[in-house]
Design a protein around this ligand. Structure first.
Ligand SMILES: [Zn+2]
Ligand SMILES: [Zn+2]
Length: 180
């Protein structure tokens, strides 16, 4: 998951990468921790453009991820198809001023490279992680779980919601009846 600058001939290069989960250890960790599960392959298309020592990357990926619905807790598959842009800049040498180094570190959209090698693994992994929805829902019409009995209301109906109201109402009615 790296590219040597000399492979960018005549200033640009278009590359397709078909990656496996073993290329992105953090994705495996997520799945182990009951988080999102990415499927293989993870397909990237990257277009590198070099201007002097700067390399911009226009990227796109398609991936399938299994998520847990925040309402009904069932797993469902979602297709992720995202575009992104990265800029690689040469790492500043120690002899250059500290101020310049700080500027570079603070700017998150820039990725430093050294020895004329672009390391792609971390930035691509980051793009995958950022594309995962924060509050996944299997469908906008998902009914979720019954807060009383835990039944999946997408599949079955229960009358928990009505019962407490009815019970109270009949209890009150009984009281009134006894008082009169
Ligand atoms: Zn759901
Ligand atoms: Zn219920």
């Amino acid at each position: 998951m790296r590219l040597e600058l000399k492979d960018i001939k005549r200033g640009w290069l278009e590359q397709a990468y078909s990656c496996s989960l073993s290329d992105f250890p953090e994705l495996i960790e997520l799945a182990v921790e009951d988080g999102p599960e990415f499927s293989e392959p993870l397909a990237f298309q990257l277009r590198f453009q070099q201007t002097g020592k700067f390399v911009t990357v226009d990227g796109h990926f398609d991936a399938v991820v299994r998520l847990k619905c925040g309402r009904c807790l069932q797993r469902f598959e979602q297709i992720l198809s995202e575009s992104f842009a990265l800029t690689f800049v040469p790492e500043l040498k120690k002899c250059e001023t500290e101020e310049e180094v700080e500027l570079e570190v603070d700017d998150m959209s820039l990725i430093a490279y050294k020895d004329d090698i672009l390391e792609l693994q971390e930035p691509l992994q980051e793009q995958l992680l950022m594309s995962v929805p924060m509050n996944p829902v299997c469908s906008i019409s998902c009914q979720g779980l019954c807060p009383e009995c835990g039944l999946n209301l997408n599949r079955e109906k229960c009358d928990c919601v009505k019962k407490p109201f009815n019970n109270k109402f009949t209890a009150l009615a009984d009281m009134n009846f006894r008082e009169s």
